[in-house]
Design a protein around this ligand. Structure first.
Ligand code: GN1
Ligand code: MG
Length: 374
């Protein structure tokens, strides 16, 4: 759990130039950055999300702030001009007392504050079809809002983020460096599953390099718990955690969203909880995604969507396992074997997706056809 130290309190105070800090509490379940909810006695700025950016994940956090500024300016401008664009809300960057929108602490870590979107909640696990519909809708609205943002105006905050062959190379190095591995059923499953699918790992990257898939602005991390929902009526309100917004493939975003939304047991299931890929949720989410996608973002390249749906949990499984082998220095853990459990879960999910390949491809075909006939 992220600690609230005296230093954290001092940083929080720097983002509350007018008024006092009333409370600071660790917030959310992100695996990378440290996040706190700060309450203040300033009626103009009642609550803030304060975050310390993890330099291991983002070696140049200033680029994240620059991207965030570009992105929020773009979205807010579109929303000012067209009321129909206002169905999603986005936070504002809050300046510190010196007017800058970030602070470097004594150790050189970068902190930033965002306005908190009140009366919202998040979910770590899917809870039914209405949530899936709202999530698909919100992802499409996000993609539409950024569809005319020039990809060249954003920095690549994590190069090769979805370059699966690169992740495999790193995994190979970690495995070689780890020496003899303990006997474990999960580890055995992971190693043989990865070994048997190496040649499929380059599918999306190869298509991107050949120019078969257009590069667009994507969210980069649209997992279920990065969507905010209205506490009262359940409607999607926002898509947060904008640090990985950058040029990429829409297929990666849609697949990453399905990865978390179709897996009812979540990323760290307990013993004996079986991992499944829920096809009903998948259909509902995709249906609402395609329906809400603006005409300026035609999702013409659906052929590789199935490939991405299979690949994204595979890639994340490889990343979790690599971190486990490297000593768990990247993803936050609550117990020593957690990254192995997470890796096994993602790879089992990929295996489940393979079993439903025909159904998923047919489903995508039908939904695309419906969209064309609209
Ligand atoms: C990380 O920080 P968080 O929890 O939003 C990770 C994503 C993974 C996700 C899995 C920068 O996201 O790529 O899909 O964990 N973010 C980064 O839960 O590596
Ligand atoms: Mg994230």
């Amino acid at each position: 759990m992220q600690a609230v130290t005296e230093a954290t309190q001092e940083i929080a105070r720097a983002f509350v130039p007018h008024g006092a800090v009333l409370g600071i509490h660790p917030h959310g379940r992100g695996l990378i950055n440290d996040t706190y909810l700060v309450s203040t006695d300033n009626p103009g700025q009642p609550r803030l999300i304060l975050q310390r950016i993890n330099r291991r994940a983002f070696p140049e956090p200033e680029l994240i702030i620059a991207n965030l500024r570009t992105l929020l300016e773009h979205i807010h401008a579109r929303q000012r001009h067209d009321p129909r664009e206002r169905d999603l809300r986005f936070p504002d960057l809050c300046p510190a007392h010196d007017g800058r929108d970030f602070i470097l602490d004594a150790e050189g870590a970068l902190w930033r504050a965002l306005s908190y979107l009140e009366n919202t909640c998040t979910f770590d696990k899917p809870d039914g079809l209405p949530r899936a519909a709202e999530t698909g809708f919100a992802l499409a609205r996000f993609h539409t809002l950024v569809s005319d943002l020039d990809t060249r105006s954003l920095h690549d905050t994590r190069p090769d983020f979805h370059n699966t062959p690169r992740h495999l190379e790193r995994f190979d190095r970690a495995r070689a460096a780890a020496g003899p591995l303990p006997e474990s059923e999960d580890l055995g499953f992971c190693l043989s599953f990865i070994g048997a699918r190496r040649r499929l790992a380059g599918q999306l990257e190869a298509a991107r390099l050949k120019g078969e898939l257009p590069v667009r602005v994507i969210h980069g991390d649209p997992k279920l718990n990065n969507f905010l929902f209205d506490e009262t009526d359940g409607h999607a309100v926002s898509l947060i955690d904008l640090d990985t917004v950058k040029p990429g493939l829409l297929q990666h975003d849609v697949a990453d969203c399905l990865r978390s939304c179709c897996n009812r047991v979540g990323e760290s299931p307990g013993l004996g909880e079986a991992v499944r890929f829920d096809l009903e949720i998948c259909r509902m989410l995709l249906q609402h995604y395609f329906a809400a996608l603006g005409d300026r973002t035609p999702f013409s390249d659906t052929d590789l969507l199935y490939a991405a749906i299979r690949l994204i949990p595979f890639e994340l499984g490889v990343r979790f396992l690599t971190d486990y082998l490297e000593g768990n220095h990247y993803f936050r853990i609550e117990y020593p074997e957690q990254n192995l459990v997470r890796a096994t879960t993602q790879l089992r999910l990929s295996a489940e997706i393979e079993l439903s390949e025909k159904d998923i491809k047919e489903m995508i075909g039908e939904l695309v056809m419906d969209k064309k006939q609209d």
